[in-house]
Design a binder for this molecule. Sequence first.
Ligand code: NAP
Length: 438
Amino acid sequence: MRHIAIVGSGPAGYYTAEAAQKHWGDDVSIDVFDMLPVPYGLIRFGVAPDHQSIKGVSRRYEKTALNENVHFIGNVAIGRDISVAELQEFYDAVIFATGAPNDRSLGLEGEDLANVFGSAAFVGWYNGHPQFADLDPDLSTKHVVVIGMGNVALDVARILAKTEAEFEGADIVAHALETLRGSQIEKITILGRRGPHQIMMTPKELGELGALERASPRVDKADLPDEAEDALLEPGLRKSVTHLRSFAAIPEDMHAEKAIEIEFDMFASPVRFTGADRVESILVERTKVEAGRAIATGETYEIPAGMVVSCIGYRTSPIPDVPFDERAGRFANDEGRILPGIYCVGWARRGPSGTIGTNRPDGYDVIEKVAEDLDSGILGRKGKTGREGFDALASERNLDVVRFRDWKKIEEAEEQAAREGAPREKFVDIEAMIRASR
Ligand code: NAP
């Protein structure tokens, strides 16, 4: 029997569990750890609350989780409650699928002013992540700036722009809905340091901005390259650029009908944030794009901003004794191998890019590597104790472990607490989750 520990219960974690199960069948025991009492990571805390169809993928993870040889071990943090060395005593392989839950910082003056947030914090807030439930953003401002031109910037802009009715069927948490109800926002600027041909936004997600009840997207025609140049783009990006072109063609009277404007300010790089108690404006520098790179022009201007959400990417959390690549913000690894018996997968391996589905081949790939190493004998002795060893240590340390059946009780309580039409009302603090699990 092989014993595999997977740290992280998001997409990368469960695809890896699925791959291990397929590879070893009944001859493997797989424990999926999470520091929170609830599974699914990015699906629960990252995917936008109004994108329920994407969240549906968790049913596939549940199918894996319910296999007899797969166990969820929630509310246990590796590196805090139990060390990596201890885990290695029990398991043949330890695979980190911990994602990239921390904000990458811009490193700019004024970034620590009140009402300047990173997207991990802001998205975590509206998705009910216990770490960010108390973020308390102040939406009593007319002008918000969202930095970055990726799908996370789109999520943030869309959530800020939606009416309450547009959250029907969404699992946005009550505290966020309440704050959004009092929003005074009239303008959301999406700030991009490069141009239309360099956006990271995918067509379906960008298209949603054009169909909002009270907001209209504005693109300056002058920012768009000659249409003939679109032919050279890969098809997805070409489609996204077509959306930008249709936004640029929206007539003024149609903009005037909407209460909120979502303005794309491209070729503009943030320089510093200013404000007294909280952020009031951003100084940006005009750029031009040469050979795909943003080049500063020296020309600067100020944009009013009572709130800023920086959506420029994420970093993995380091774990004691696991080599970390500081510059890249993820574990130092060679295609998933960190040290003998220690691996990483998903965003913790390759950084925050790609779709949820990208993690599936990643999971299968890392299991191939684990199997290769086990077969070659480089991982040492057989006969590790797996969960039995872990359980003994957990009870010695009084760890309050949440199992999958306990999670099902949390899930049921969340479903029962849902407001009408919503799938669930999430618990936003760990204590409440644990109470519901008992
Ligand atoms: P992303 O796609 O990498 O976009 C990051 C954006 O931030 C880019 O426009 C980048 O510009 C900009 N940026 C980076 N550093 C900057 C700086 N110092 N100053 C100004 N701008 C800066 O990342 P993301 O939006 O966080 O998304 C992460 C991943 O999750 C992506 O693969 C995304 O597609 C995925 N995702 C998917 C969905 C969905 O499918 N519905 C939703 C959310 C997220 P440059 O290009 O110039 O560097």
